[in-house]
Unconditional design. Structure first.
Length: 551
């Protein structure tokens, strides 16, 4: 059965457009240190979605690095959605930059799909103006309509797939368009490189071999809706409602309530074995005006996803009205479309995927209490010093459910003495580091926010130096810590002392950003252990030694 005929409006590179970056300037938006969107100028220089920040900047040194701000994206996309309301009230937002609506009624009113597409293009174009283009596609099913919008060759010419031709339109497209990388990789290894070759398989065989997710992917590749049309209607009493007294005028107050309503709605649906795929967010203002917006999620919507979309929507509404109609007096979350819940799935080796959901819910509660930017999580990134390898980012910018594995860096060969904690003490293989000058694992237990000044001397009491070839002037023998632990704000726990060096390794020279005179840094690092059993990471820069970290 063909999918419901849909029109999709897609604003390319919306995360970049929302930052107001000119279209001819190379820029990219990053989440968890990976590219989620980039401008056309950046793509012309080899930047692609999914690349690491290091790889992207290596391909485009002048790349503007931007952080993901989905709240800003949704707030700026709200006027576009409002303009579509002149065509039909049944607008559903898939995400910032992508919205759609069923075309059956509007198409008949405006005289056909082509006339409807031209009308939508005019409305959206007048709203966006110079911000960026909007591509429009009409086809059977939201998936086909979205790909039709992406296949637009000219910004002024929408793509309209005739009714019943969505399977033929999708057939030559690549299997990666499904957006399910694990399944796509398996299918390509089996020789199925297009949506048409995948759709030609028997659906029962696909389900038996690959499971439920493959069944939904097969429906999309066949030009059908992701879920069958005989969906169960949610009971009216499942709606979650909150009455504000007095009316709320700040987004932070509404966001806290939105999290409570999302948790309540999610639990109510779970008790009935249901999952929400489309939620209606309804807000009533102090003056009695009511606004409703539909948000769709690709897959079952979690409580955190509902809370985020509610916060984005309220942010757009409150900023758009600017207090003209008063604050929010009533907020409702209504499950508009539900499917049967798939239940709790354990991993093949006993992993409990439900734990990631519990963590996300806990983090969401903290964000509702403290603010979205107050809850931070560590993120791995490239760098040489331990302080450069990890940074704190907002929890909302990271997929907490993603499994991250950190393999130990390859060992570094050294002609100097080897420390017990150095990987080369356990392996004779000498390999090349991906970052020349990077300190080998393991990482130190304490990285000092402010390096501690020290003196490093040889047996005769002469200061040690490191030459341009990365060689120390003599064997390290004495370490003198110039204690400043009494300085306000210092919590190093290291008092002034003089210690004898028992073993050492290095040096590891680092000539960073040699192409930029303003940020150029030239350093070298040593690992040392003292006769007291302490282990330190030392660095020299401009003839001054510093204690950077303690093992």
């Amino acid at each position: 059965m063909p999918g419901i005929r849909m029109a999709m409006v897609w604003c390319p590179d919306w995360p970049v457009v929302a930052w107001g970056v000119p279209r001819d300037e190379p820029a990219a938006v990053f989440t968890a240190n990976r590219v989620v969107s980039c401008s056309a100028a950046a793509r012309n220089q080899g930047v692609r979605q999914g690349q690491t920040r290091r790889d992207a900047q290596g391909r485009c040194p002048t790349l503007a690095v931007l952080a993901r701000d989905e709240g800003r994206e949704a707030r700026l996309f709200e006027p576009v959605v409002e303009s579509l309301g002149q065509v039909t009230p049944g607008i559903e937002v898939t995400g910032p930059g992508l919205a759609g609506f069923p075309t059956r009624g509007p198409s008949r009113f405006f005289g056909g799909d082509h006339a409807l597409a031209e009308k939508v293009a005019t409305l959206v174009g007048s709203t966006l103006k110079s911000m960026g283009p909007a591509l429009i596609g009409i086809a059977d099913g939201a998936f086909a309509a979205r790909l039709a919008a992406r296949s637009v060759k000219s910004y002024d010419t929408p793509t309209v797939v005739p009714p019943g031709d969505s399977p033929q339109f999708l057939a030559p497209l690549g299997i990666d368009e499904l957006g399910i990388a694990p399944l796509a990789n398996i299918l390509k290894r089996l020789g199925l490189h297009t949506l048409g070759s995948f759709a030609a398989l028997n659906r029962r065989d696909v389900v038996g071999r690959f499971g439920r997710d493959a069944m939904m992917a097969h429906r999309l590749a066949s030009g059908e809706d992701e879920h069958p049309p005989d969906l169960r209607m949610p009971a009216p009493d499942l709606s979650s409602v909150w009455n504000f007294e007095p009316p709320a005028e700040r987004v932070e107050s509404c966001a806290f309530v939105a999290k409570l309503l999302a948790d309540e709605l999610y639990d109510a649906l779970s008790r009935q074995g249901l999952s929400c795929v489309r939620v209606a967010i309804e807000a009533e203002s102090e003056s009695g005006e009511t606004q409703t917006r539909l948000w769709r999620h690709e897959g079952a919507m979690s409580a955190a996803a509902m809370a985020d979309r509610t916060r984005w929507q309220l942010d757009g509404w409150l900023r758009q009205t600017r207090g003209q109609v008063g604050g929010v007096s009533r907020l409702s979350l209504i499950p508009d479309e539900v499917i049967a819940a798939t239940g709790r799935q354990l991993g093949f080796w006993g992993d409990d995927h439900h734990q990631a959901h519990d963590v996300s819910r806990s983090v969401s509660r903290l964000q509702a209490l403290l603010g979205p930017e107050a809850v931070m999580v560590p993120e791995l990134k490239g760098g040489l010093a331990p302080s450069e390898r990890i940074r704190l980012v907002p929890a909302g910018a990271v997929n907490l459910a993603e499994r991250r594995s950190q393999s130990a860096p390859p060992p570094v060969g050294s002609t100097q003495n080897t420390l017990p904690f150095e990987p080369s003490a356990r392996s004779a293989v000498v390999e090349t580091e991906p970052w020349p000058g990077r300190i080998p694992a393991p990482a130190p237990t304490q990285v000092h926010p402010d390096p501690i000044p020290i003196q490093l001397m040889d047996q005769a009491g002469n200061p040690l130096e490191v030459n341009a070839r990365g060689e120390v002037s003599a064997r390290p023998a004495v370490l003198v810590i110039v204690g400043h632990d009494n300085t306000p704000g210092q919590e190093t726990g290291l008092a002034a002392s003089r210690q004898s060096i028992a073993r050492w390794a290095g040096p590891w020279p680092a000539n960073q950003r040699w192409w930029d005179p303003l940020t150029h840094r030239r350093r070298a690092r040593l690992q040392v252990t003292t006769d007291s059993g302490a282990a330190y990471l030392l660095a020299i820069e401009h003839h001054q030694w510093w204690l950077e970290a303690t093992y």
